[in-house]
Write a protein that binds this ligand. Structure first.
Ligand code: B12
Ligand code: SF4
Length: 521
């Protein structure tokens, strides 16, 4: 097979940016798969250049001239940048492929702009694409493995790609690892709601940790498992076997139901410094937070006790909450969140709006059937802009509550209380920087502007109320400004997408084989 020049671009940022938060933390938000794909390509003898884009790099100069094949890894919020880049590299003769969350969620749209759109990706799939290495236009080829790979290249094999990324992180340097894929829970809104839990080999995990201990004085590991610690004892046994207590710092996303006090103490002994449990709702998902059928203020108190217990042992706890769920009504969900913050001042709250990311979850079919999904440009879809019409709120009510709870959460008073409640220096200051930079000057500013325009911008209400699909100029202008020089490469029509493409594809498939489509996913 011909030796190819391969470029791999990991889009951590969605556009050029110089914010403090991205400067300090951007390089720590890289994905594992671009490094994995780079390793698989090199194994085949190809020349590989991996660029991690944190918003400051020169994407055109950093890839070699005359590159044959470009893989782009993109979240939906960076989809428009990825489309522009694909167009640019195609114009220079390259074949392009998209992978990552956007490719899994919106394959029908991405096919218009890429030669290949990859879903679940294993080594065989990458080899297949490279063997073919052909233009597929105007509609790209959709490829997917049956499931996630059963094994990934270890840290030693990925080291040169990891090391180049670590050099971009000025203060805090994290290495991403995985000990499992998928999840045994099935939260309706989640991309993993129907992906079976799949633990990875613990021997490989031990090798990774052992290798890191030989390379870094005090490694920091971010577990990218959707839900870390489902097989708690085998994971912790593996860590304890190779890493002396306190030699590695760990961060993990885990459900509250897995975090009993004895386990949290074991995590502490082994250097876990940050945990990100999902609370999601005060009225639903009790199994996940181990609160059973308890709801409302009683659930707030139970969860708060649990979170405070964790905070006694672990210095940084980010609690994940979702607003706009169909079960929510009136001011209560927002007020309960404020009470939770009063009771757990050390927790950093991360708010997501209910979002239907294309075909991420079967539940999205219901939203599409009910015609509740709005065609907000991808650039704004990052859990911050709700793209589903709320069931029990008008948009005005929803934004009023949202602004109120976010202002409360990131008021100087609460940022200060959080500072005092956090025990260690790095978590303390991270919370302050994040509170001011990304939340106060980022989110609150955005929500307030949307709310203001719902009253004053003549294009807003008709779009939000689904009387028109015409994207308000405010959003288009925002994209143009953000993308800068890449705007000129954005293919015609790419700002718009069909929010019901998933439903259409299911109905088409069902009519082709004559199976009734109700409930099909
Ligand atoms: C770990 C994680 C993070 C980590 C690490 C992020 C990262 N860069 O990987 C952190 C905490 C930093 C994070 C941040 C965010 N996240 Co996040 N995150 C996850 C999580 C829990 C696991 C993803 C994971 O690594 N899985 C393991 C990998 C191996 O599986 P996979 O992602 O499915 O990948 C498979 C294929 O997609 C493919 N593939 C993946 N990447 C690539 C790349 C190439 C080149 C190729 C060819 C193939 C390929 O191969 C894999 C194997 O089959 C998922 C939820 C979930 N349960 O999956 C959300 C998720 C991916 N995150 C999400 C979001 C929205 C965000 C944020 C925008 C949130 C925010 N507002 O800040 C940021 C964006 C960060 C960024 N731009 O990099 C959404 C993405 C939806 C979308 N369509 O964009 C998800 C799906 C959660 C959700 N809301 O449903 N996240
Ligand atoms: S527990 Fe987390 S990863 Fe698992 S299905 Fe629910 S939201 Fe997704």
């Amino acid at each position: 097979m011909k030796k190819l020049s391969i470029g791999i671009v990991d889009l951590v940022a969605k556009a050029p940016t110089r914010t403090m938060w991205m400067r300090v933390m951007g390089a720590n938000f890289v994905s594992i798969m671009p490094q994995v794909v780079a390793t698989w390509c090199e194994e085949q003898g190809h020349n590989v250049t991996l660029v991690t884009y944190t918003g400051r790099e020169n994407l055109i100069e950093d890839l070699p001239a005359g590159v044959d094949f470009v893989f782009i890894s993109s979240f939906t919020e960076a989809a428009l940048l990825s489309y522009a880049l694909s167009n640019l590299f195609r114009s220079r003769g390259a074949v392009t492929a998209l992978g990552g969350p956007h490719a899994r969620c919106y394959p029908q749209d991405a096919q218009k702009y890429f030669d290949y759109v990859l879903g679940f990706t294993d080594k065989a799939l990458i080899h297949e694409a490279l063997r073919d290495c052909a233009q597929h236009r105007p509609v790209g080829l959709r490829l997917s493995a049956d499931h996630h790979p059963v094994q990934l290249p270890g840290v030693s094999e990925r080291w040169k790609f990891i090391e180049q990324t670590l050099r971009k992180a000025p203060i805090i340097k994290m290495v991403p690892l995985l000990s499992s894929l998928g999840c045994p829970y099935s939260c309706d809104f989640c991309i993993d709601s129907s992906v079976p839990y799949q633990p990875l080999d613990t021997d490989a995990m031990k090798e990774d940790l052992h290798f890191l201990l030989g390379k870094l004085r005090r490694p920091r590991v971010a577990w990218h498992d959707p839900n870390f610690g489902v097989r708690f004892d085998s994971c912790m046994d593996a860590i304890e076997e190779v890493a002396p207590p306190g030699r590695i710092d760990f961060i993990a996303e885990s459900t509250l139901s897995l975090l009993s006090e004895s386990r949290v103490k074991r995590l502490k002994r082994n250097g876990f410094k940050a945990l990100l449990p999902g609370i999601e709702s005060w009225f639903e998902m009790g199994r996940k937070s181990k609160t059973g059928k308890t709801t409302g203020i009683d659930k707030v108190k139970m969860v708060s006790d649990h979170v405070n217990m964790i905070l006694r042992h672990i210095p940084y706890v980010q609690t994940n909450h979702i607003f706009g769920l169909d079960g929510d009504e009136g001011p209560e969900p927002f007020e309960l969140t404020k009470r939770f913050l009063d009771l757990s001042p050390g927790a950093f709250p991360a708010y997501s709006m209910l979002s239907a990311f294309g075909q991420a979850a079967p539940q999205n079919l219901e939203f599409q059937r009910a015609n509740r999904v709005l065609p907000f440009p991808f650039h704004f879809l990052s859990n911050i802009q709700m793209n589903i019409k709320p069931k029990n709120y008008s948009w005005l009510e929803f934004y009023d509550h949202l602004i109120d709870v976010t202002e409360y959460s990131f008021s100087s008073r609460l940022i200060f209380r959080r500072f005092l409640a956090n025990g260690e220096t790095i978590p303390r200051w991270l919370n302050v920087v994040r509170g001011f930079s990304s939340e106060r000057y980022g989110r609150i500013k955005y929500y307030t502007e949307i709310r203001r325009r719902l009253d004053t911008d003549r294009q807003f209400r008709p779009f939000f109320e689904q009387e028109t699909t015409e994207i308000p100029e405010y959003f288009v202008e925002g994209i143009r400004k953000d993308l800068g020089e890449f705007w000129d490469w954005l293919p015609h029509g790419a700002v718009c997408h069909d929010p019901n493409a998933y439903l259409l594809s299911v109905e088409k498939a069902c009519s082709a084989c004559n199976i009734p489509s109700a409930g099909a996913a």
